[in-house]
Ligand binder design. Structure first.
Ligand SMILES: Cc1cc2nc3c(=O)[nH]c(=O)nc-3n(C[C@H](O)[C@H](O)[C@H](O)COP(=O)(O)OP(=O)(O)OC[C@H]3O[C@@H](n4cnc5c(N)ncnc54)[C@H](O)[C@@H]3O)c2cc1C
Length: 481
């Protein structure tokens, strides 16, 4: 029985349940891989050029890795999810595949697509097998004593750790075995797709699972040990930068957890002071799983709705001019502008700065958080609906935060605390490069400069007066409480 492995957001050969299962089932009849390019659907889902180009580059690496196993990768265009059932049925028929294997995706459109594919394949007698492989613990498997989905991270994390321990941590699967050569040619992979351009240089993000595994190996040494103390400082290279690889499945979360456990004495949460970095990093992997779990448990978040439904009644200020200033990094708040420019230049933004910029958009500018969510989706190389929506709703206080609605970061205090030297700002806002950092340094708040000195720098004055806008956001949230 020949099998077809349908790759989606699982672009790897290591630790891949569907691929391993397909190889075991197909035996000497062999496995064929397929990836469907869906540019119209991607556009509708706000995927940007930086993510799409990363996927295309990763597909090349995947095709080469699969070729070493004699598994050909077919790449075909099926513009929207609605085209997937017919495309797959044709490919399965052409290559005489009796079953399709894939890893589950949890977003609503993706689930509907899979249901339609399964039904269409069944008409031809082709089986459809899907596997939970996006998380260490599949969404829905971590529940409260009453069987409900957790809505707050800390108790979720505790329960997640319990489930991982009860199940016994499963080590990553070995790579699929090499099969006999098939008479199927791998497809050429386009360099780019019309409408998905990017200015982010390829060399910032080497593609493919070997690059991801090398990054993990490098991070699992010293940086992981220092993670707890370095992770919040955007000027340091203190985090793994594995998110783009996790988002498209070039590395599995099990492989990441396995590496962390190896240097954490096999524990998920280790109280030893010299293991704080490892335990904190494992907790961040659990954050990722939390947002996948929220997506599965509360599908309304996939439909443009707030997690806290009452906040859908807030009437945000729809000011396009302010939004453009935010997108372009010219709000006059240096840490915000540095973050927005890092996003444009590199396709990535440090987590602390994502929170600062998102909170600034939703609280200080009082703009619709969905505008910001969309802009991030379009420009992040690690764009992932569940993580982005979760991060945005957390920041806008419409989501799963345990704190009450009045969590409002002061971006200037955040800047002083987390970029004390001002080096991060200097890197991305060069017009401020000559200003001093330090506790009271003007680089964090150029409005504090004497008028003459200020006039010498070509940098905007803040687009809003923080003190004045704070009352507006507080009143709006009180109004729907
Ligand atoms: C407004 C906003 C939008 C975001 N959008 C995305 C997105 O589209 N895609 C995405 O992958 N992450 C998103 N995040 C989460 C987080 O910022 C990134 O995962 C993180 O910055 C990635 O860097 P890293 O790989 O070096 O992380 P590390 O610090 O090395 O952490 C390891 C992994 O843990 C997970 N992780 C870390 N921090 C978080 C977090 N706060 N929430 C959830 N998971 C986390 C990621 O998978 C990350 O790769 C968003 C956060 C916010 C506040």
């Amino acid at each position: 029985m020949r099998a077809l492995v349908w790759f989606r957001s699982d672009l790897r050969t290591h630790d891949h349940r569907a691929l391993s299962a397909a190889c075991a089932a197909a035996g000497k009849d062999g496995v064929v891989g397929v990836f469907l390019l869906a540019p119209a659907q991607w556009r509708e889902h706000d995927w940007g050029g930086v993510k799409v180009r990363f996927i295309l580059r990763t597909l090349r690496e995947l095709s080469a890795a699969l070729a070493k196993l004699n598994i050909p990768l077919i790449v075909e265009r099926a513009d929207t999810f609605a085209d997937a059932p017919e495309s797959l049925a044709k490919i399965a028929a052409k290559h005489r595949c009796a079953a399709v294997y894939c890893s589950r995706e949890y977003e609503i459109n993706e689930r509907r697509r899979d249901a339609a594919v399964e039904a269409r394949l069944a008409r031809d007698g082709v089986a459809f097998h899907s596997f939970d492989d996006q998380c260490v613990i599949e969404p829905g498997a971590v529940r409260t004593g009453e069987g409900r989905f957790y809505t707050v991270f800390t108790p979720f994390r505790r329960a997640w750790c319990r489930v991982v321990e009860e199940r016994g941590f499963v080590a990553p699967l070995p790579t699929a075995p090499r099969q006999a050569r098939l008479d199927v040619a791998p497809s050429p992979i386009p360099d780019s797709l019309p409408g998905f351009d990017t200015g982010v240089p390829d060399n910032l993000w080497p593609a493919g699972e070997d690059a991801a595994l090398a990054r993990l190996r490098e991070f699992a040494g010293k940086p992981l040990t220092h993670y707890k103390h370095h992770r919040d400082f955007p000027a340091l290279d203190g985090t793994s930068r594995l998110s783009p690889y996790l988002a498209i499945g070039a590395i599995s979360p099990r492989t990441c957890l396995h590496a962390a456990l190896q240097s954490n004495d096999g524990k998920l949460d280790n109280p030893a002071p010299n293991r704080a970095g490892q335990s904190t990093w494992i907790s961040e992997l659990a954050w990722r799983e939390f947002y996948k779990h929220i997506l599965a448990g509360f599908p309304r978040v996939c439909m443009g709705r707030a997690f806290k439904s009452a906040t859908d009644r807030i009437e945000w200020a729809e000011d396009r001019g302010l939004f453009e200033a935010w997108c372009e990094g010219r709000t006059g708040v240096p840490i915000v502008d540095a973050g927005m420019r890092q996003l444009r230049a590199t396709g990535w933004m440090h987590n602390r700065v994502r929170m600062i910029t998102a909170m600034y958009l939703s609280k200080d500018l009082f703009l619709p958080w969905r505008w910001g969510e969309r802009h991030f989706m379009q420009h992040l190389i690690d764009a992932d609906f569940s993580q982005n929506n979760g991060g945005w709703q957390w920041s806008a206080s419409t989501g799963t935060d345990a704190a009450p609605y009045f969590r409002i970061f002061n971006p200037i205090s955040q800047s002083r605390k987390f970029d004390p030297s001002g080096d991060y700002i200097r890197r991305f806002v060069p017009e401020l490069a000559d200003l001093d950092g330090g506790e009271d340094g003007p680089i964090h708040d150029p409005t504090a400069l004497p008028e003459l000195a200020r006039a010498r720098i070509d940098y905007p004055v803040p687009v809003v007066d923080r003190a004045a806008v704070r009352d507006r956001v507080l009143a709006a949230f009180k109004g729907v409480a």
